[in-house]
Design a protein around this ligand. Structure first.
Ligand SMILES: [Zn+2]
Length: 466
């Protein structure tokens, strides 16, 4: 299938390819994307047709094959069509950040000498309390979304704060065109003065928060969705978790929370919930483990907990930068994947220090290599696996199965990558495989020339358009 010059697919079931040529944009470009966890597809000469924000079809061109001939097969006049021609670099799916905290970005880079529970009290809760101020919240959230798009995060799963100003984060995503799950923190115990008064009050505020998403412009409602967010087991009473679990099941809502991040945290959870033997069991008992539940970290999960998570359909956001910065440990991603658990990558700012997912891809590689060096795992993660986690795997974790790849029918969330950063030593004429590998290992966000979400240019400048 790869490099054989044939079409990689047909018109999708929605009939988008039958739309008039004027509504189709053709991208003549090398592409790299994941077909599966273990299979990367790299096409040096591809013609990708995008209609109504989705990939309509992809043609793999043979050397010197006329793209007009390929377009004609689909009834499109190449010369007359809107075109984006990539003559330098390649295009790939945008990154999916499956776990990050928008209000914490002003603290990025701090906290490396602390561990989770002290970090929350000393640095994080004091900052989050500032978001009672709507003007401050609006200013930070707009900038967080802008910067995340610029570093290639086309989809983000965001925590907000406990305040109703978290709606401003949803507004910022909608305005900038970022695909996002946005969650207001539910937290009615265990965090001093930064806490909601009761489970009842928390659920009432959540109800209002959910209603806000119905007020977004209709096209934004497809991109920006709510996610129920019990902060973590130590921040929620049993009543609140049970109410959120019931709501998630009744309305099939996404859920995000943290699990098994830090040994002290895990010991505390056992003290608070003595009748339940494991951390995963606490969430399971409250109806919070289900498909669409994103569990951040899972650094210290037992095999039995992995089995519980696997059965539930929930998945893990692996946040290796945060796990290292907050001295939490090294998550066994290979064991999660072997257990059949969906896994994505998360920056977990500001537990993690670095924006975006490219640094996390490298951190995940390093952590998995160290585990293999130490004999704790049989092998490290491959490049194909790492890129899958960064894109398609993360999207599947967020229940966006049509995101993170370029197969027909996929939503066109894409990056144009071309060498600009000092670490990228590309002299021209190198195969797409080499430029791609160099970028993953040596490049950075300066190499991202343009970013599209759902076919819309949301950051940077498109290459030559005709
Ligand atoms: Zn987190």
């Amino acid at each position: 299938m790869v490099f054989d010059g044939t079409s990689s697919g047909a018109v999708n079931g929605n009939g988008v390819a039958s739309l008039p040529a004027a509504s189709t944009t053709l991208y003549l470009t090398p592409i790299v994307h994941s077909l599966s966890l273990s299979k990367l597809e790299m096409v040096p000469h591809a013609l990708v047709a995008v209609s109504a924000g989705r990939v309509a079809w992809v043609e793999h061109l043979k050397d010197r094959q006329d793209p007009a001939e390929a377009a004609e097969k689909h009834g499109i006049d190449y010369e007359a069509a809107d075109k984006v021609v990539v003559s330098e670099g390649f295009m790939c799916p945008g990154f999916v950040d499956t776990h990050t905290h928008a209000p914490q970005y002003p603290n990025n880079g701090l906290g490396g000498s602390l561990q989770l529970l002290d970090w929350l009290v000393e640095l994080t809760f004091p900052l989050e309390q500032e978001y009672d101020d709507a003007a401050y919240a609006a200013k930070v959230y707009k900038e967080v979304v802008r910067r995340n798009l610029a570093v290639g995060t086309t989809t983000a799963c965001y925590y907000g704060t406990l305040h109703s100003t978290t709606t401003l984060l949803a507004d910022a995503c909608a305005a900038a065109g970022q695909r996002a799950l946005v969650g207001r923190c539910s937290m009615d115990t265990g965090s001093g003065t930064y806490v909601e008064a009761s489970a009842e009050e928390s659920m009432a505020t959540t109800d209002l928060f959910l209603q806000h998403f119905d007020t977004l412009p209709s096209e934004a409602q497809q991109l920006v969705k709510p996610v129920l967010t019990p902060r973590f087991a130590l921040s929620c009473t049993s009543q609140l978790m049970a109410d959120l679990g019931k709501l998630a099941n009744e309305r099939d809502l996404a859920v995000q929370t943290h699990i098994c991040e830090n040994p002290t945290e895990i010991a505390r959870v056992k003290e608070v919930f003595p009748a339940i033997s494991t951390y995963a069991g606490v969430y399971e008992a409250h109806g919070l483990l289900r498909k669409g539940t994103i569990l951040a970290h899972g650094v210290h999960l037992s095999e039995a907990e992995r089995a519980v998570i696997r059965r539930s359909g929930a998945g893990i956001s692996h946040c290796p930068g945060s796990n290292t910065n907050l001295n939490s440990g090294a998550a066994r991603v290979l064991a999660m994947l072997e257990a059949g658990i969906p896994v994505g990558l998360g920056s977990d700012c500001s537990g993690g220090c670095e924006m975006g997912i490219l640094p996390q891809l490298r951190n995940a590689s390093t952590v998995s290599r160290v585990l293999a060096f130490e004999g704790q795992t049989a092998r490290s993660l491959s490049t194909a696996e790492l890129f899958f986690l960064a894109t398609r795997g993360g999207a599947e974790l967020c229940r966006w199965d049509d995101v993170g790849h370029f197969e027909p029918g996929a939503q066109f969330d894409a990056l144009w990558v071309r060498p600009r950063s000092p670490g990228m030593w590309v002299e021209g004429g190198e195969a797409v495989e080499m430029v791609f590998e160099k970028w993953l290992c040596s490049g950075d966000d300066r190499d991202i020339g343009a970013v599209w979400v759902n076919g819309r240019l949301v950051s940077g400048a498109s290459p030559v358009e005709a």
